[in-house]
Design a protein around this ligand. Sequence first.
Ligand code: TNX
Length: 488
Amino acid sequence: MSDVVAVVPAPLVVEPSSRPPFVITPSTVVVVDAADDLVPVAVLTADMLGRASGRAVEVSHADLGTPGVVHLRLVDDLPPGDEAYRVVAGDGRVRLEARTADGLVHAVVTLRQLLRPLPGGGVQVAAVRVEDAPRYAWRGLSVDVARHFVSVPDLKVVIGLMGHYKLNVLHLHLTDDQAWRLDLPSRPELVRRASARAVGGDPGGHYSRADWDEILAYAHARAVRVVPELDVPGHVNAAQHAYGELNPDGEPADEYLGIEVGFSRLHDDLPATHAFLADVFGDLAEMTPGDHLHIGGDEVLAMGRDEYERLVRSAAAAVTAHGKRVVAWQEVASVPDLPPGTVVQYWDTRVDPAPFVRAAHAGARILLSPGSRVYLDMKYGPDFPLGLEWAGHVELRDAYEWEPATLVDGLPPEAVAGVEAAVWTETLRTLDDLTTMLLPRLAAVAEVAWSDPARRDFDDFTERLAAHGELWDRLGLAWHRSPQGRWA
Ligand code: TNX
């Protein structure tokens, strides 16, 4: 296959043409219709082309007739959806077209993947027309920053990778038994007392308000929205370490730096619990522009079902009170009266999915994160030095060869909101650890979530992916040279 089509995830339509290519030259400029407020994406484009070619590329108002122009504009004659886009390269020019700025970001990423170095230096794009739109609107990655903290610069690397594979939801698991990672104005003791460390006594950290705004802006510029999670009513030892009032005896819980789950719990009969939920989700709603907040709800092993349901409803009410929608792990599926539009996240492939299917029939939206496919903290194989194994081993093909519409028996396909990978960090301590688990599997999950099922084929995928290994090397990213890939 020609490398013209080495785009991951696979686009809907790729039509190579025999016209002359687009070559980046000293006169290459990015042109944008000023009225459209597309300057940020134009800057992103110029920056990307400049890095790829080793030449400074400016944003300007050059004559559109001249060669060397990369023209960004909003149009409407595209496949359906907010994220659809088109790239037309050839005759020394490129047109990037979309309905929205996010669509243009996808166009830029595709352009970047089409760039090829020229033998004598410089880069070019062979003449081609790409027309594309995603299968699912929710294409996520959940990152556990609680077990091990992920610094803002490291998180930006992860967000950059997400953008590169057209993933559009960064779900941040901000709290757990070990630590609370986001400073909230109503509860300053959370990060003051419960963020300094990580699993095994490793160094921790937290995001200040300024860090948070920086993360949101960086993600927004790459067409990624942020869905933050405060995990309740279990996984709350860090909160109980910071605020003794959340415990029946009023005393702060001990710090916990192990990796067991399921032991900590909020208490429905303590008034402080409900005030806490209202405060923290209120702060989070105020700090988060996106319309979804995640309330956790997983693995509460130390509580009766009635109390669990009351606490989940209390957390959900704190979210909807601020006009946000609720996201929660699959354990909430059988809670009666979930707010309309709640997104229920499927993860544990070992349990009976019946309650979950019933919730979908009752109107819940379903987000698919099957552990045995997209838990990217699972080891690639038995001897892999990093990761866990409870959901099995997840090699590249496992992450790729599954079908969201038929994964769960009886689930109405139209209830599926999308697909979300997850990377839990019990065993992952550094950015190298993190990217080793993400790459190459994140690209596989991205193709499952984005591409038309008729366009998906594992051999074709690994062929297109081959060149991506070189890009990861160039960026200095650690990755797993999966024996199932065909690396250059
Ligand atoms: C299950 S997935 C968990 C997490 C662990 C993860 C490790 C989920 C909702 N809960 O607490 O970190 O397994 O793979």
